[in-house]
Design a protein around this ligand. Structure first.
Ligand code: ADP
Length: 630
C-alpha cells in the first residue's frame, strides 16, 4: 500500500483517524499474515517433526518387534541349551564312570606289573595273574599252558578254579584245550599236547568238588605272545554261555599283555641262567648226571660220557642202577627226591675207574625238590697214591718189626740177667728201652693193621663165642693198668641170654681192648671209674657200652675222632704217647661187620663209647693177613 499525497487531499481528522485505523488494521493484518506465515512454517516444521518422529517411532517399534522375535528365539535357544545341558550331564556322568573304571583298571594293571617285577618264577607269575583275573572278571576255571624253554620240552600246565568244579569238568575243558592246540600252526603247541596228556595240571584256587554237576559251556582263548613269539595260551572257561563282557575284555587283554611281558622277561633270564648253569656243568671235570623227579636223566655232562663211554641216547637211570647194583643207588636217589637227603659213597668202581660219588637233591627257588644230581669224582689217581703209600707203610713196618723184635728180645735177656749182672742204673735204662720198644711194636702193629684193613687183605675168621666171656677176659687183661692208676673198673651184664655169636675173636678183641684202654688212660688217676655194660637190644643186635669219667672229647674234636692219626688236644696233653689209630681201626672192623660204633662225650665230664653188633655175627672173609696183636 502506498502513502496518499498530503497536498491533494486534506481530509478531516476522522478520516485521518480511519486512515490511521486502517493503517493499524493493515499493520495488524500484516502482522497476522506474518504470524500466519510463521505459524504455517511452525506447522510445517511440526509436521516434518511429526513425520520424522512417526518414522522414528515406527522404526523403534519395528526394532522392538525384532528384539522381541530375537528374544523369543533366544529363549528357545536357551531352552534348547538347557535341554542339551541336561543331556550332556548324563553323558558326562557316563564318561566319568568309564574314566573311573579305566582308572581302576589302570591302577590294577600298574599293581599287577609292580607285583610281577620282583617275581623270579613263571609259576609264581601265573599265581599272581590268577588273583587279578579272580578280582576283575567272571569265569569258572582258567587253564594255562606255558611253553617253558628252560626245560627241554618242559611246560607249565596250571588250572585255577574260581568256582568249585568237578574233575569231569576239568577233563572236558582239557579236551577242548587240546583240540584248540592241535589246530594251531605253532609246532611247540602241538608238542605240548603230548606232554599235557601225560601230566596232571597243578591246581590253584578252590579245590575240586566232584559233587558239582555244572558243565563247561563257554571257552575263550588268549595267546600269551610277544613279538610274534608264542609263549603259551590261556583258556578261560565259563559255566554259562555268557562270555567276558566288552568292558572287561580290555582289562583281560591288558592283563594278558602284562603277563606275556613278564613271562618273556623271566624266560629270557631263566634261559640265560640255564645256559650258564649248563655250560658250567658241561665244563666240569667231575662226571655229572642230573635227573628229574620221575628219575629220567635230563643232563649227562661230557665228563661222565668220557669216563664211562656211555652216551645220553643209550643210557638211562635203570642202566646206572644196574651198573652200581651193590651200592643201592636207587634207594639213595629216592632218598634225595623224597626226603631231600644227600648220600655219599666213598668208592665205586665204574669201567675200571674209582669214583667218590655224591647223590644230592636239586631244588628250585621255592626250595621244592625238582630232581637230583649224581656227581662222580674220579679218585683213581688218589687210590693209586694211597695204594702206594699203604704198600710203603706195610713194607716199612714189616722191615721195622724185625729189628724191634730183636731189640725187645735182647733187652728182655739182659733184664733177666742172662748176659751177666746189671746194676740198678743199667736196669732202669734197659727198662726204658724195653718200654719204648714195646710202644714202637704197638705202633708198627697198628700201622700194619691199618694197611691190611685198607688194602682189603685182612681175613675174617668167625667162631662161635660167648661175648660176655670175651669182654670179661679183656677187662681182666686191662685191670692191672687200671689198678696201677688206682681206678675202678666194673663189668655189668644186662644181656638176657645172648646166644653164642659168630665173631672173629682177634678183631673184636682189638676193638674192645682199645676202647677199654682208652677209657683207663683218659680217666683221672685215683678217681677214675670205668664201666663196661653188655646189653641185648632185641633179637637182632647187642650193644657194648664203655663209660668213663675222664677228660672227655671236646666238641670241636668230636667229628674227627675216628680219623686216622687224629688226637684231640686235651688227649695229647694228658697222655703224650698215642697213635690216633685205635679208633680208626675199630671203626673199620665194626662197620665192615655190619655193626655201628659211636660215642657221647662232654669235655671234662667223661665219655661213653657204644658198639652195636648184629647177633648173627660176622661173615667169613678170605684174606692173606690176620691182625697183628700187640
Ligand atoms: P690214641 O688213643 O692212641 O690217641 P685212638 O684212635 O684210640 O688213638 O683215639 C683217638 C683220640 O680219641 C684220642 O687221641 C683222644 O683224643 C680221643 N679219645 C678216645 N677215647 C677217649 C676217651 N675215652 N676219653 C677221651 N678222649 C678219647
Amino acid at each position: 500500500m502506498g502513502d496518499f499525497p498530503q497536498n491533494k487531499f486534506r481530509e478531516p481528522t476522522l478520516l485521518l483517524r480511519i486512515r490511521g485505523l486502517i493503517k493499524d488494521k493493515e499493520a495488524k493484518i500484516k502482522e497476522l499474515e506474518s504470524a500466519k506465515k510463521e505459524l504455517e512454517s511452525v506447522k510445517k516444521g511440526l509436521e516434518v517433526k511429526v513425520v520424522n518422529k512417526t518414522k522414528e517411532l515406527s522404526k523403534a517399534l519395528n526394532s522392538a518387534q525384532e528384539d522381541k522375535k530375537k528374544l523369543k528365539k533366544q529363549r528357545l535357544a536357551t531352552l534348547n541349551i538347557l535341554d542339551d545341558v541336561s543331556d550332556s550331564k548324563e553323558e558326562l556322568e557316563e564318561l566319568n564312570k568309564r574314566l573311573k573304571a579305566k582308572g581302576s583298571e589302570l591302577s590294577a594293571l600298574k599293581a599287577l606289573s609292580d607285583d610281577l617285577t620282583s617275581v623270579l618264577d613263571v609259576e609264581e607269575v601265573v599265581v599272581i595273574a590268577n588273583s587279578y583275573f579272580d578280582k576283575f572278571i567272571n569265569f569258572s576255571t582258567i587253564n594255562y599252558l606255558i611253553v617253558n624253554p628252560a626245560q627241554e620240552s618242559g611246560i607249565i600246565h596250571n588250572t585255577y578254579c574260581k568256582k568249585a568244579v568237578s574233575e569231569k569238568y576239568i577233563r572236558e575243558s582239557e579236551k577242548h584245550l587240546i583240540n584248540f592246540l592241535l589246530m594251531q600252526k605253532d609246532e611247540s603247541f602241538k608238542a605240548a599236547v603230548k606232554i599235557i596228556k601225560n601230566i596232571e595240571p597243578k591246581y590253584y584256587g578252590i579245590g575240586l568238588d566232584n559233587t558239582k554237576k555244572s558243565k563247561p559251556a563257554g571257552y575263550e582263548y588268549y595267546y600269551l605272545s610277544i613279538n610274534e613269539k608264542n609263549l603259551g595260551v590261556i583258556q578261560v572257561v565259563h559255566t554259562e554261555k555268557s562270555q567276558i563282557g566288552e568292558d572287561e575284555l580290555s582289562l583281560v587283554r591288558a592283563i594278558v599283555t602284562t603277563l606275556s611281558l613278564s613271562i618273556d622277561r623271566l624266560q629270557t633270564v631263566i634261559l640265560a641262567q640255564h645256559s650258564k648253569t649248563a655250560s658250567l656243568v658241561e665244563s666240569l671235570t667231575d662226571g655229572v648226571i642230573m635227573f628229574n623227579d620221575k628219575e629220567d636223566i635230563v643232563l649227562m655232562n661230557p665228563a661222565f660220557s668220557a669216563y664211562t663211554g656211555f652216551s645220553r641216547e643209550y643210557f638211562n637211570m635203570t642202566d646206572l642202577y644196574h651198573l652200581l647194583n651193590k651200592h643201592g643207588i636207587q634207594k639213595m636217589v629216592k632218598k634225595a627226591l623224597n626226603k631231600g637227603e644227600t648220600s655219599h659213597i666213598n668208592e665205586v668202581v665204574l669201567v675200571r675207574h674209582f669214583y667218590e660219588m655224591f647223590i644230592t637233591p636239586v631244588r628250585d627257588n621255592k626250595n621244592q625238590i625238582v630232581g637230583g644230581a649224581i656227581i662222580f669224582h674220579d679218585i683213581t689217581f688218589l687210590k693209586e697214591i694211597d695204594r702206594m703209600k699203604t704198600e710203603f707203610v706195610a713194607v716199612a713196618s714189616h722191615q721195622l718189626r724185625t729189628p724191634l723184635t730183636a731189640i725187645k728180645l735182647f733187652t728182655d735177656m739182659m733184664l733177666r740177667g742172662e748176659t751177666g749182672k746189671i746194676n740198678k742204673e743199667q736196669k732202669e735204662y734197659l727198662e726204658n728201652v724195653n718200654e719204648s720198644t714195646e710202644r714202637m711194636v704197638r705202633l708198627v702193629n697198628d700201622l700194619l693193621n691199618v694197611t691190611r684193613i685198607e688194602s682189603g687183605r685182612l681175613r675174617v675168621e668167625p667162631q662161635e663165642i660167648e661175648i660176655k666171656n670175651l669182654l670179661k677176659n679183656i677187662i681182666a687183661e686191662a685191670k692191672p693198668l687200671a689198678l696201677n692208676r688206682q681206678q675202678k673198673i666194673i663189668f655189668k651184664d644186662n644181656s638176657v641170654s645172648i646166644p653164642k655169636v659168630s665173631l672173629d675173636q682177634n678183631l673184636v678183641r682189638q676193638v674192645f681192648h682199645n676202647l677199654i684202654i682208652n677209657a683207663i688212660r683218659y680217666s683221672p688217676k685215683r678217681t677214675g671209674k670205668i664201666s663196661v655194660v653188655l646189653s641185648k637190644d632185641d633179637k637182632k643186635t647187642f650193644t657194648v657200652a664203655v663209660h668213663d669219667n675222664g677228660i672227655g672229647i671236646p666238641k670241636e674234636a668230636q667229628k674227627r675222632i675216628f680219623e686216622k692219626f687224629y688226637r684231640a688236644d686235651n688227649a695229647i696233653k694228658s697222655i703224650t704217647e698215642g697213635t690216633g689209630l685205635g679208633l680208626y681201626v675199630s671203626k673199620m672192623i665194626i662197620e665192615s661187620s655190619g655193626g655201628k660204633i659211636w660215642f657221647e662225650s662232654a669235655k671234662g665230664k667223661g665219655t661213653s663209647f657204644y658198639v652195636r653188633m648184629p647177633i648173627k655175627g660176622m661173615e667169613k672173609k678170605a684174606g692173606d693177613r690176620g691182625l697183628s696183636i700187640s
